[in-house]
Design a protein around this ligand. Structure first.
Ligand code: AMP
Length: 221
């Protein structure tokens, strides 16, 4: 029997909790969490050529050009841990990238199966991003108020230091939300037309949101 991989694309504005939710859904489903932002940050940390190219776009809150982004994600999807599928967070971010993804997944006999669209009011996003802390080692995400680490400034999972992302400054946050509205929002219609979009209320507690997503993708027992 041929196993068909499952691909889930998380859509939502910056700060809505896509990364946190993709991580939790990954723990429950066993599918790997692929965050294009984390892949870029990893490259920046390791000072690769790709990282150097991406850095200036990221600091400004602009999208990194497709020529760099698409092949980076494609390479990641080819890795063996993605044999059963993957949870994509931050990619695709435009309908053009979604078309490219469709072509890539065809080569793995797969397609996007579900698209949780997580939404919340703008002020909720700004508050969440303003207090966000990320760990240096593996990108685990915390929040000063809503999801604090057990020990201040230290990651619960790997003990590495927590920091505030460069692009989580108020001015950049506003620009990133604008970029989302202009370039990524059209994806909602794109996936709704394919009948695979599921609406998720991202203003609820972390645990409730995870349960809503697991139910929507048919993983909740
Ligand atoms: P994120 O961690 O998803 O908030 O992404 C951080 C930054 O990485 C974004 O503001 C973009 O500069 C860049 N980035 C991440 N994913 C993409 C993508 N699919 N296309 C273009 N740029 C991206």
């Amino acid at each position: 029997m041929i196993r068909v991989p499952t691909y889930i694309v998380f859509i939502g504005p910056p700060g809505v909790g896509k990364g946190t939710q993709a991580e939790l859904v990954s723990e429950r489903t066993g599918l790997p969490h692929i965050s294009s932002g984390d892949l870029f940050r990893e490259n920046i940390k390791n000072q690769t050529q790709l990282g150097k190219l991406a850095q200036s776009f990221m600091t400004k809150g602009e999208l990194v050009p497709d020529s760099i982004t698409i092949s980076m994600v494609q390479d990641r999807l080819k890795e063996s841990d993605c044999a059963n599928g993957a949870l994509l967070d931050g990619f695709p971010r435009t309908p053009k990238q979604a078309d490219e993804l469709e072509q890539i997944l065809k080569t793995f006999n797969g397609k996007v199966n579900f698209v949780p669209h997580i939404s919340a009011a703008n002020q909720v996003l700004i508050d969440r991003l303003g207090g966000r802390l990320v760990c240096r080692e593996n990108g685990h995400v915390f929040h000063i108020k809503n999801n604090p680490p057990k020990l201040e400034g230290v990651c619960d999972h790997d003990g590495s230091k927590l920091y505030t992302r460069d692009d989580d400054r108020v001015e950049t946050i506003k620009h990133r939300i604008q970029v989302y509205l202009e370039q990524t929002m059209p994806l909602i219609e794109y996936y709704r037309n394919k009948g695979i979009l599921v609406e998720i209320d991202g203003s609820r507690d972390i645990e409730n949101v995870t349960n809503d997503i697991l139910t929507a993708i048919g993983f909740n027992k």
